[in-house]
Design a protein around this ligand. Structure first.
Ligand code: PMV
Length: 361
């Protein structure tokens, strides 16, 4: 896929009026995890995620024509405050996109971004933030040149752009669920962008919850970027990648049939495998905390006791995601309040669920 397009240049004798575009884009939670990459943000194995709803980023991209050209001109505000660290990252990202969007060097940008969840919640915002920005850039291209009218082409390009900002962000573009990475079980799948698989899921995944138990909101000791890099020398890497490729078929079949037992078994195994890979990296590291393990224990015990289909997964951090169908929301919330919030920082947990994907505001 090559999106380089030297024709996307604005006519300076007929400049566009200043304007703005706003997108709201959600986070996602991987069931089959992406862990290990190569080349330019390409995944070593296919991953599948559920698109969330409550944890999201709103990004407003304002633009106006400028006199000079060359380089990116950007002011960046996070929750109304100038943020130099984020500004530098976004600037580097936009610079890398100049061959794709040459008009980026003809405009001056102001970006206002904010998350629906507290900054200190220990929830990674890169998926929601980078997907929101990628969507805004695609809308801008279409507004200025009328070249992205076709929704499928629009989403694909947005997913491709989001991937370059943060790998897993490419999956947030689509409603309900998405697969990123070549898989023999998903026609049209690619390492360069995600594809929607929501239409292959049983109805129960349209009313499906992911409550996030905040064991710690601290910044993690080893970043995802370093974690991916450590997979290169991980002795189990090849076996792991093959496992993910194979179980994609099993997971999709289970999700289509509404077989929550198989879904949950894979979800939990993926979470523990992700953390096992960290523990046998060189140097090794552990991101789970005592509270993480206590919650996992209680979830398994409660499931055995009640027979309720509630399963856990983990991201690259200590916080625990509880996955369960909408019909048992009252029971699960009661269980969380009674047995799990004691392991959460300040008793804090976030309620989230499978959502309809990003929207332009
Ligand atoms: O997108 P990154 O580079 O932050 O990596 C995300 C990795 C996991 O969250 C652990 C798994 C995934 O597929 O989202």
């Amino acid at each position: 896929m090559n999106y380089d397009n030297p024709r996307l240049i604005l006519d300076s004798s007929n400049p566009p009026e200043p304007g703005g575009i706003t997108w709201r884009s959600p986070s996602n939670i991987a069931i089959i995890k992406y862990w290990g990459k190569y080349g330019v943000q390409l995944p070593q194995n296919p991953s599948l995620s559920l698109t969330l709803a409550a944890a999201c980023t709103d990004t407003r991209l304002e633009y106006e024509m400028r006199e000079n050209t060359g380089g990116i001109e950007l002011d960046f505000f996070f929750h109304q405050q100038p943020n130099e660290a984020f500004a530098a990252k976004i600037k580097t990202y936009l610079e890398s996109l100049v061959p794709v969007f040459p008009f980026l060097e003809q405009l001056k940008f102001t970006i206002y971004s904010g998350n629906s969840f507290p900054h200190s919640a220990g929830i990674a915002s890169s998926a929601s933030a980078m997907s929101a920005l990628a969507l805004a850039l695609c809308s801008l291209e279409d507004l200025l040149f009328g070249t992205l009218k076709e929704p499928e082409a629009f989403d694909r390009k947005a997913s491709w752009l989001a991937r370059l900002g943060s790998g897993s962000a490419c999956r947030s573009i689509f409603p309900h669920a998405a697969v990123w990475g070549e898989s023999r079980f998903v026609p049209g799948s690619s390492n360069e962008f995600a594809v929607p698989v929501g239409d292959r899921l049983h109805e129960l995944f349209k009313d499906f919850h992911d409550d996030i138990l905040i064991v710690s909101a601290d910044e993690k000791a080893v970043s995802s970027r370093d974690g991916h890099a450590l997979m290169e020398a991980n002795p189990y890497a090849a076996t792991r990648y093959e496992q993910a490729r194979t179980r994609m078929g099993t997971l999709l079949d289970a999700m289509q049939a509404g077989d929550l037992g198989t879904f949950g078994k894979i979800a939990e195994d993926e979470a523990l495998t992700l953390h096992a890979l960290m523990m046998c990296s060189n140097p090794s590291y552990i991101l789970m905390q005592p509270g993480t393990l206590a919650i996992i224990d209680r979830v398994r015990a409660w499931r055995a006791e009640t027979g309720h289909p509630v399963y856990f997964t983990l991201d690259a951090g200590p916080n625990v995601h509880l996955l369960y169908p909408g019909e048992i929301v009252a029971e699960v919330r009661g269980f969380i309040e009674e047995e799990l919030t004691e392991f959460c920082e300040n008793g804090h947990y976030l309620q989230d669920w499978v959502g309809e994907g990003p929207e332009e505001l």
